[in-house]
Write a protein that binds this ligand. Structure first.
Ligand code: SAH
Length: 386
């Protein structure tokens, strides 16, 4: 499976490994992880995909109107804000349904006289479009990111888009008036449907709102969570902490095999989704809290009321904090399962935990969540020595 066909490969810079054989890309990632994390033992293996294409369930595009009136929609050229047009048929790693919807939006823009936002002048309405697809339920969410709350003829625009793509289940206007490189703003206005999509992972249902984090490769996420739960060795008696829990996916997935689950997450919308997801799955033993994971843990460690048996920690790429980790050490769970999308910060954090406690790394495995890119996801099991 070698792939040289992407015409914007060099400019986009997203897929560093496209052009190689897929198996070879897995070998490179495993070798890199073994080299990076070798001081803690051997990385067991890498879990790859059978079909490593069009796996991204979240697609973001920027727009540009050229001088001749032609509209471009696609990703930015690496390191710049030049919009590269999506290759015909779409990007190799992104969902195909998203590509078709974005092509339609491009065609609808002139007929609805929608202006394209210009970052330099601040003029123009449409900044980005985000499309999220749910791999099990086939629900599709379109988020139109605008620089102003006023969206002329938005109802007719929604109608036309849904008519062309009946697979769309919800359309949301997200308002981002800030001068920022963040795609989404804080405010959402539902234009069509429920304002969120539902997906099923590991037999559990999840509501996903526009601003909530959701793993971008659903098939690999099931493998990842499967491994994390296997590493935790749950018997049904454990109190679990799901830190950096997003919409509650890990905690809810593990809840059948635990006595109690406590989740903590900073993003308000994600916690709302998590609380709703616990209800949706009738999980009575799960509680979610909206807080900084570090602060929450310091509180728990100081109070010392709660015995925690297993900590799942899945921080963003920037990794965890000393506050969080030292409080985990104080709480002294039997096991820590660290899920990481940033191997360098994982290394830093594993060094911190192992130097400042008697926890040892027992097992490590890699997962190819971001096929064709140089990124690699890791699951690591730490347990107390003796
Ligand atoms: N475990 C979830 C989410 C992982 S992504 C899943 O598998 O889907 C990391 C999450 O950490 C994001 O939801 C992000 O909003 C959250 N986060 C970032 N910084 C945080 C902090 N300081 N405290 C708590 N959560 C944080």
């Amino acid at each position: 499976m070698a792939d040289n066909r992407c015409p914007i490969l060099k400019k986009c810079g997203g897929c560093q490994y496209i052009g190689r054989n897929y198996k070879e890309t897995l070998d490179i990632k495993l070798k890199n992880m073994r080299k990076l994390l070798g001081e803690f033992g051997k990385v067991e293996d890498i879990m790859g995909m059978e079909n490593p294409y069009h796996y991204r369930n979240k697609v973001n595009v920027a727009f540009k109107r050229k001088k001749n009136g032609e509209i471009l929609a696609g990703t930015y050229e690496e390191g710049t804000h030049n919009v590269l047009s999506n290759p015909d048929g779409g990007c190799f790693i992104e969902d195909k349904k998203a590509y078709a919807i974005i092509e339609t939006i491009k065609k609808l823009i002139p007929s609805f006289k929608i202006t394209i936002h210009n970052e330099d002048t601040g003029y123009g309405l449409l900044r980005h479009v985000m499309v999220r697809t749910a791999h099990t339920t086939d629900q599709v969410m379109v988020v139109l990111v605008t620089a102003s709350p006023v969206f002329p003829s938005k109802n007719n625009f929604s109608k036309a888009l849904v008519k062309a793509h009946p697979e769309i289940t919800t359309i949301v206007q997200n308002i981002n008036m800030k001068d920022t490189s963040m795609v989404l703003g804080d405010r959402n206005q539902v234009m069509y449907g429920k304002g969120y999509i539902d997906d099923v992972l590991y037999g559990k249902k999840f509501r996903i709102s526009p601003n909530s984090f959701y793993q971008i490769n659903s098939l690999q996420t099931e493998k990842l969570y499967g491994k994390a739960i296997e590493y935790a060795g749950l018997t049904g008696e454990e109190v679990i902490l799901d830190a950096y829990c997003g919409i509650g996916t890990i905690g809810i997935t593990a809840s059948d095999r635990a006595k109690e689950v406590i989740g903590v997450e900073l993003n308000k919308d994600a916690v709302k989704d998590a609380i709703n997801n616990a209800r949706l799955n009738s999980c009575k033993n799960v509680r979610f809290y909206n807080n900084d994971a570090g602060k929450f843990m310091i509180d728990m460690a100081v109070k010392g009321e709660k015995k925690v048996d297993v900590v799942f920690m899945d921080p963003p790429r920037s990794g965890s904090t000393k506050e969080f980790m030292s409080s985990v050490i104080k709480l002294s769970p039997k096991k820590i399962v660290y899920i990481s999308c940033g191997p360098d910060t994982l290394l830093r954090d594993l060094r911190y935990i192992t130097k400042n406690s008697d926890y040892k790394v027992e097992k490590m495995i890699a997962c190819d969540m971001f096929c064709w890119t140089e990124h690699c996801e890791m699951v690591v099991l730490l347990s107390r020595n003796g």
